[in-house]
Design a protein around this ligand. Structure first.
Ligand code: GRF
Length: 206
């Protein structure tokens, strides 16, 4: 079977993107990252993608007069790469329902909390403010409900009394870098799908 084509959307550093690129480059997943798209030209992750010979595009949200116009330009850029899977990896724009529905069942997001707890931004700070004892990350299918789509997998970390945002974020990020490539690998193997809104994960057949 041909390798699954993966397009990754980023807005910044791109360390989750890099984890997927590395997993694909070393054959740990049966997929190829063929396109990286950022809504910011200064996203650090773009250089990493280019160094790995991956096509990159910038679709700047500020260059579009409305969210619909931005979504349309983004969809055009994505579709040019004919991806099997679209991965939102630190992509910091809210996407409209039409856009999201277009990629139903083939768009995943990584979020730094144990959803449904702490949707939105500043998750590490909010967990610390609430004196939470557990935190983590979630990979889910993207639906128009922001951070509310069907959950595929989660990884949990402990919160220690002396944690600050930086130490907690680093502990979660380590899990993100493990979990995201793993879930992307399931999708590329054809083991993971969304069936009438429910997540199905087949047993490993290899
Ligand atoms: C990650 O924590 C991701 O879960 C969140 O934003 C951060 C992006 O980091 N949405 P990076 O760009 O992947 O390094």
């Amino acid at each position: 079977m041909a390798l699954a084509r993966i397009t990754i959307l980023i807005s910044g550093r791109g360390s989750n993107m890099a984890a997927v690129i590395d997993a694909a480059a070393t054959g740990r997943i049966e997929g190829a990252v063929t396109h990286v798209i950022s809504n910011r030209a200064d996203a650090g992750g773009l250089a990493y993608a280019r160094q790995h010979g991956i096509a990159t595009s910038v679709v700047d949200h500020r260059a579009h007069p409305s969210r619909d116009a931005f979504d349309a330009a983004l969809a055009e850029a994505i579709d040019r790469g004919e991806p099997d899977l679209v991965v939102l990896a630190g992509f910091m724009r809210i996407l409209g329902a039409d856009f999201v529905n277009r990629y139903e069942g083939r768009m995943l997001n990584i979020h730094p909390s144990l959803l449904p707890a702490y949707p939105g931004t500043q998750t590490h700070r909010r967990v610390l403010e609430d004196h939470g004892q557990r935190h983590g990350c979630t990979v889910h299918f993207v639906t128009p409900d922001v951070d509310g789509g069907p959950i595929v997998a989660q990884a949990e970390v402990r919160v220690f009394p002396d944690d600050d945002v930086a130490t907690l974020a680093a502990r979660v990020l380590e899990q993100e870098h493990r979990l995201l490539p793993e879930v992307v690998g399931w999708f590329c193997d054809g083991r993971l799908r969304l069936d009438a809104g429910r997540v199905c994960i087949d047993d490993m057949v290899k």
